[in-house]
Design a protein around this ligand. Structure first.
Ligand code: ADP
Ligand code: MG
Length: 622
């Protein structure tokens, strides 16, 4: 999850309260002077530091379950910037309204937190190793799954820290602390047996002191009655700055002799493969279509990853194995293909049947498009064109073609997307699909379209009916029957004659001038978004295609679907910008929907108890 405050000039990142106060002092201490910093206890949270009456006031801003930000108990806002803007107009319970931002002095950069600098490498390593991905599939998985994986990684990041010694006895902890120099503040953390409780050991005056760290019901870590933290590494970082009841501030870490490389190096995760499922909160993989995964939060507040695209066999190309790639040809032998009588769907050309295709090492489920009027040469040509386009595409969010088979009839063999078309799936699963699930799927469609745009292909029939689902959390773009390759020098395809076109999905320049570019696909993407957020609603109700074209010319657009987030309706409206040159491209669209998806995908904990516990002066006798 990218930090939502990095663009703010008065945001300092991971600085301590003391440092914040220093900056405010330097800037003059006038009433209403304020700055924003990262909250060191709460993942994704901030602290607003304000001066009033020559005193400092610090307000924690939390990320709420629904992705909004709020000072505890106060009005929620969509981002940290909006929170500050709101309190600049109205103090609404603060010491005063925010009057003057205390901007970072020139040369002062945002201070990265310890996890900020580790995060990317850890996510990359985790995704690569857990799903054995490489190349583009790895990059796409990182982009799409970062929010889910990041939270998981954050809660296990301590395992990669040099001060974490795992499950060792108290006596062994002391032996390690007493080995070598013993400066005050030398410390380590150990796990207590297989439990979820830990112990902090710190040297002070050549003596080791031990503090129990509890993992409470709400998933927080704390020394009993002390400040609560989302993760162990946050607790350690905090105690480095402030002793908070511990006998001395944490200083030098006593390095774990068994940790390779040491010093917080992003070593590959040591988690077993099932850790994503079983390690943190007892999650076990769920049936693909039960839909409960996206809604439920574990007791730790960590969103259960549920079904991820990478868990399916169709995430990676069937030809990513070099042995399989060797024999890759457009035409497939009939003997390797088993065709089921089950019909998955039908279209203008004929029907789509279920089947299995035998490869060298594995067999894969396939969908087979079968021509009905074999004799018509034009139909056959059309299908071969579609096959040739699909043959050039290889992306996790686009239905891959396996090949063509010429036998009892001409057949197009594709990887299987068993969930069927989005426009049919959504109304049936409405109750089990929160908005975030719809955003997730539409983000995947945007990634697939960004790939097409980059490869210079225009789809020309993007619509919810042509987005197929592998499962509830994995969408793929299909139906390349109208698609064209633009070639290196063209930014659009000019259709000589109008055909049987899906006018309700077409941009004005497509209808009026027969000009098809990726920006035309962006328009269709907007309509597809509308269909998705209205859970399979029919765009423009009973209007006919030409009526819709006139409606658009009058500068009218589809209304916002019920319960559709503002950000998403705004994006649709931008997809429907009349002038091609002002319309966003898929690079923009993907980035915008990704930012929104990240902002709602990770649900932080219900952190209600922010009160500081009673201060302890004595270590716990453990
Ligand atoms: P048309 O050009 O006639 O719209 P499509 O390619 O959209 O043809 O396929 C028609 C229907 O066949 C789809 O709506 C879907 O139900 C089914 N279908 C097509 N491809 C697949 C696939 N790869 N996996 C599962 N079902 C598919
Ligand atoms: Mg179709």
């Amino acid at each position: 999850m990218p930090d939502a405050a990095t663009h703010l000039p008065f945001y300092y990142g991971s600085i301590s309260r003391k440092e914040a106060e220093e900056y405010l002092k330097l800037a003059g201490m006038m009433d209403g002077l304020f700055l924003l910093r990262q909250c060191l206890r709460n993942l994704g949270g901030y602290i607003l530091s304000v001066v009033y009456d020559v005193r400092f006031h610090h307000y924690p801003i939390e990320r709420q379950l629904n992705g909004t930000y709020a000072i505890v108990g106060a009005k929620p806002h969509c981002g940290p910037a909006e929170v500050c803007e709101y309190y600049s107009k109205d103090p609404d319970g603060l010491c005063c309204n925010l009057r003057k931002p205390c901007n970072r002095p020139s040369g002062v950069e945002i201070k990265l937190g310890i996890f900020d600098s580790l995060r990317e490498n850890m996510i990359r390593d985790y995704v690569r190793q857990t799903w054995k991905l490489g190349g583009d599939a790895l990059e796409q998985a990182i982009i799409n799954q970062a929010p889910q994986v990041e939270k998981l990684i954050a809660t296990t990041a301590h395992e990669r820290m040099p001060w974490f010694h795992g499950d060792i006895l108290r006596s062994e902890a002391e032996r390690r602390l007493y080995t070598g120099a013993q400066p005050d503040g030398k410390f380590l953390l150990r796990q207590r047996g297989n439990s979820n409780s830990y112990s902090l050991a710190i040297v002070y005056g050549k003596t080791a002191y031990h503090y129990l760290i509890d993992h409470d019901k709400s998933g927080k870590y704390a020394i009993p009655e002390g400040t609560k933290f989302d993760t162990l590494w946050q607790l350690v970082e905090y105690l480095k700055m402030k002793s908070d009841g511990v006998i001395y501030c944490l200083k030098e870490s006593c390095p774990n002799p068994n940790l390779p490389m040491g010093a917080g190096a992003p070593v590959p995760p040591s988690l077993p493969k099932n850790r994503l499922g079983g390690g943190i909160d007892g999650y076990t993989p769920e049936p693909v279509f039960n839909g409960s995964s996206a809604k439920s939060d574990s007791p730790t507040g960590c969103r259960k990853p549920g079904v991820l695209p990478m868990d399916t066999s169709v995430y990676e190309s069937p030809y990513s194995d070099p042995d399989e790639l060797k024999d890759r040809k457009l035409f497939l032998p009939r003997s390797s293909l088993m065709i089921d009588e089950v019909e998955l769907g039908s279209g203008n050309f004929g029907s789509v049947k279920k089947g299995v295709y035998k490869m060298k090492k594995k067999q894969i489920d396939v969908a087979i498009k079968v021509l009905k009027s074999e004799n018509e040469k034009t139909v056959k040509d059309e299908m071969m064109k579609e096959a040739k386009i699909m043959h050039q595409l290889d992306n996790p969010y686009i239905v891959r073609m396996i090949g063509v088979c010429q036998a009892e009839c001409l057949m197009l063999v594709m990887e299987m997307a068993a969930g069927g078309p989005l426009n049919k799936f959504l109304p049936a699963k409405r109750d089990q699909m929160p908005t975030s699930n719809v955003v997730e799927l539409m983000h995947q469609v945007a990634m697939g379209m960004k790939y097409l745009e980059e490869k210079k292909f225009v789809h020309r029939d993007l619509a919810a009916r042509n987005v197929l689902l592998v499962n509830q959390h994995y969408a793929k773009i299909s139906d390349f029957g109208l698609s064209k390759a633009l070639g290196a020098d063209n930014s659009y395809y000019l259709a000589r004659t109008a055909g049987k076109w899906p006018l309700k999905w077409y941009a004005p320049e497509c209808i009026n001038f027969h000009k098809f570019s990726s920006k035309g696909d962006v328009w269709s993407y907007g309509v597809t978004m509308w269909e998705a957020f209205s859970y399979g609603g029919k765009p423009y109700k009973k209007m006919k295609g030409p009526e819709v074209a006139a409606f658009i010319e009058q500068n009218k657009r589809l209304d916002c679907p019920a319960n559709c987030p503002d950000e998403m309706y705004k994006l649709m409206q931008d997809c429907w910008i009349y002038k091609v040159e002002n319309r966003p491209d898929f690079v923009d669209v993907e980035s915008r929907i990704r930012t929104f998806y990240y902002s709602i995908a990770v649900k932080p904990e219900e952190a209600k108890d922010l009160s500081k516990g009673a201060k302890r002066t004595n270590p716990n006798p453990i």
